[in-house]
Design a protein around this ligand. Structure first.
Ligand code: SF4
Ligand code: SF4
Length: 411
């Protein structure tokens, strides 16, 4: 977070060239300068200098920003827009709503998040969730995101390199960041990641004292809560080991706010030694969605294509319009439904045009949101993490306890 003087200094580095404007989804949609990066920077500067008040209109323009940071990636002057917007959000944060408080508490406490996930699964399986949506229509949007909840999993602290195959030669060790949402709602991606890392010769350490990356709290302007979760992670992880992140949203938060060696898992894997690794062919077209955090913050999006292209016979294509956010953006999909849905519709249209049947994306938030958009349109497109695809071609069978490689590849 920046102090007032730092906000002014950072904003002064913006020369108002406007080169970021064509990259901004909200400016593209509204056409308003106040919804552009340049306009928002000027507003933040004016508020810091006490020239304009931080009133509701100012807050609206700050809230409508997706924090996608396309502008930051495009800026020739290297203006740190991410730091500016995080600080601006903290400055206009309202007292958290009870739902925000519960969410923040759960994401900061993984064991309680797992319990909540079990309860949600129970309500889903028994029809109570649908009933809740009928009684309280405002719950329908979050409910739509949580279709087909997976069984929760308790993680061990250590998965040795040879756990998937006794003939694996150990090449090193890594830590794994679970991510509060991935761990609770997409355990398969976590299992698949451990499988691939083990298969390539890496011991995987999962520090159980780890916490959320702080992304949701930062988005709500709760700087204190974000700081607490970051401090927990800083203490939980061994700073000498590379920390694998599976969701690029988490990767971006840890990259910006810790001094840990944070690596997006696809980027790490693509640079590993793949000699003597047998990858089953997959004769399918795969469309790849680039999450903003992977593209604009971790800047590792090309690794996903390189990783998937290791699979014989695969055809990997970029989703058209990949430089634009899907509208998910953490809690944005719930708090700014109009803009979020408009951006989601663009993705769904692109997928329709490209006749996609399988979509790979490295961020759980994007995956949940796009999958919900596809279900709403009755479009049968699988949405999976790229590492899950490669894991299946390596013989992953959705269980970490399998002692041998079985053929369970995608067909
Ligand atoms: S590209 Fe950078 S310097 Fe130019 S207007 Fe945007 S933020 Fe300012
Ligand atoms: S972060 Fe994204 S939405 Fe916000 S100003 Fe930059 S480009 Fe626009």
């Amino acid at each position: 977070m920046l102090n007032t003087q730092q906000i002014i200094q950072e904003a002064d580095r913006c020369v108002a060239c406007g080169l970021c404007l064509p990259h901004c989804p909200t400016y593209h949609k509204t056409g308003s300068e106040a919804d552009s990066p340049r306009g928002r920077i000027q507003l933040m500067s004016a508020v810091a200098r006490e020239i304009v008040p931080a009133n509701d209109r100012y807050k609206q323009h700050i809230d409508l920003c997706l924090s996608c940071r396309s502008c930051e990636a495009a800026c020739p002057n290297g203006v740190r827009y991410g730091a500016l917007i995080d600080t601006a959000r903290a400055g206009v944060a309202k007292k958290p709503h009870v739902i925000d408080k519960i969410t923040n508490h759960l994401v900061a406490n993984p064991s309680q998040m797992r319990v909540a996930s079990k309860v949600l699964r129970f309500t889903q399986n028994t029809g109570l969730m649908r009933l809740a949506g009928q009684l309280v229509p405002s719950l329908n949007k979050p409910i739509a995101l949580l279709s087909n909840l997976q069984k929760t999993q308790t993680w061990r602290e250590f998965y040795p390199a040879h756990s998937t195959n006794s003939s694996v030669t150990k090449k090193g060790k890594v830590s794994l960041f679970l991510g509060c949402i991935s761990s609770a709602f997409d355990a398969e991606t976590v299992r698949a990641s451990v499988f691939v890392l083990n298969r390539l010769g890496f011991d995987v350490h999962i520090p159980l004292a780890q916490s959320c990356c702080g992304g949701l709290a930062r988005q709500q302007g709760d700087a204190e809560q974000a700081k607490k979760t970051i401090a927990k992670n800083q203490a939980a992880f061994n700073s000498t080991l590379p920390v694998m992140t599976l969701a690029s949203g988490c990767g971006a938060g840890l990259h910006d706010y810790t001094n840990l060696v944070v690596k997006d898992i696809s980027h790490f894997l693509v640079n590993c030694d793949w000699s003597n690794i047998n990858i089953a062919p997959l004769a399918r077209d795969i469309v790849v969605h680039d999450p903003c955090t992977l593209r604009n913050v971790q800047k590792s999006h090309t690794s996903v294509y390189d990783l998937l292209n290791k699979i014989p016979q695969i055809k990997v294509n970029a989703l058209s319009g990949n430089n634009q956010c899907c509208g998910g953006a953490g809690a944005y999909m719930l708090n700014q439904p109009e803009m979020a849905d408009s951006l989601l519709n663009d993705k769904v249209s692109s997928l329709k045009k490209q006749k996609a049947t399988l979509l790979a994306t490295s961020n759980i938030g994007c995956a949940l949101y796009i999958a919900a958009g596809l279900r709403a349109q009755n479009m049968a497109i699988e949405v999976v993490h790229p590492v899950t695809i490669i894991a299946k071609q390596l013989g992953y069978t959705d269980s970490l306890d399998c002692g041998s490689l079985h053929s369970n590849s995608l067909t």
